[in-house]
Design a protein around this ligand. Structure first.
Ligand code: ZN
Length: 248
């Protein structure tokens, strides 16, 4: 199977459309969506509609989806995130609220090679930033390729025995191809579609091809100014517009 992998769209329709437009010509069988469809951006309904129209093989929930849908009180959120998620809950249609409410929690095994989660394979809300987090995650991952999101940082860890390598990290801005070599295990974040935080303002996305044995990471330009205009028009916090241009 050739999977399109997307995560952390955060209500950014311009970024999602650009990713779909750029990735469709590359060809994929089905999409995997790693959560946080909404929160921060101005188009939660249109993003949920787009994702549903893609008929993904699997969509799991993120922490913002959980709070927007009323499954979590958002106590851990900062003020900006909390005000954005309240705006999002008010904006969502009853049908899309129900869709978010019924999304399954990760981790979820996709096939015998691939597993997906929002935060980490041991806790959907935990972050994988560094080698220590990665070691812990590798202990609980049940497939050779474990895909995660949540940090909004495109990053790949490769583990062979006890050795840990970083075939992709922040600052790697060009397309990256990582061979899925037998015997190695991988933890991969393809980056965030709608609110990148790795100092690259372009939308992140990936392809995992289990037949060809390769993981590909991409960055896609999108009309940031339009997404910013809508955030300001919606009365969402100004910082949410500004950070899109900075990619952090
Ligand atoms: Zn997120």
């Amino acid at each position: 199977m050739r999977y399109l992998v997307i995560s952390d769209i955060h209500g950014n329709l311009e970024a999602l459309d650009a990713v779909i437009g750029a990735m469709t010509p590359l060809g994929f069988d089905r999409a995997l969506v790693l959560g946080d469809l909404v929160g921060y951006g101005a188009d939660p309904n249109a993003v949920v509609d787009r994702v549903r129209a893609m008929n993904p093989l699997m969509v799991i929930r993120g922490n913002h989806d959980k709070v927007a849908a009323g499954l979590d009180d958002g106590e851990s959120f900062n003020l900006v995130a909390r005000s954005a998620v309240q705006w999002t809950t008010d904006a969502l249609t009853p049908e899309n609220l129900e869709y978010l409410r019924t999304l399954p929690a990760g981790p979820t095994a996709i096939d015998d090679q691939v597993q997906i989660c929002h935060g980490s394979p041991f806790d959907e809300d935990a972050y994988i930033f560094d080698e220590l987090d990665a070691y812990k995650a590798f202990e609980t991952a049940t497939r050779p390729v474990c895909l995660f999101g949540h940090t909004h940082v495109a990053l790949a860890f490769r583990r062979v025995g006890d050795r840990l390598e970083l075939p992709a990290g922040p600052g790697d801005t060009d397309q990256i191809r990582i061979p899925i070599d037998p015997g190695a295990r991988f933890l991969v974040n393809v980056g965030s579609v709608g609110q990148p935080r790795d100092n690259d303002s372009r939308a992140g996305a990936g392809i995992v091809d289990t037949n060809a044995g390769v993981i590909e990471l991409y960055r896609v330009r999108y009309p940031i100014e339009e997404a910013q205009r809508k955030i300001r028009l919606a009365g969402l916090p100004e910082i949410l517009a500004r950070r899109l241009a900075l990619g952090r």
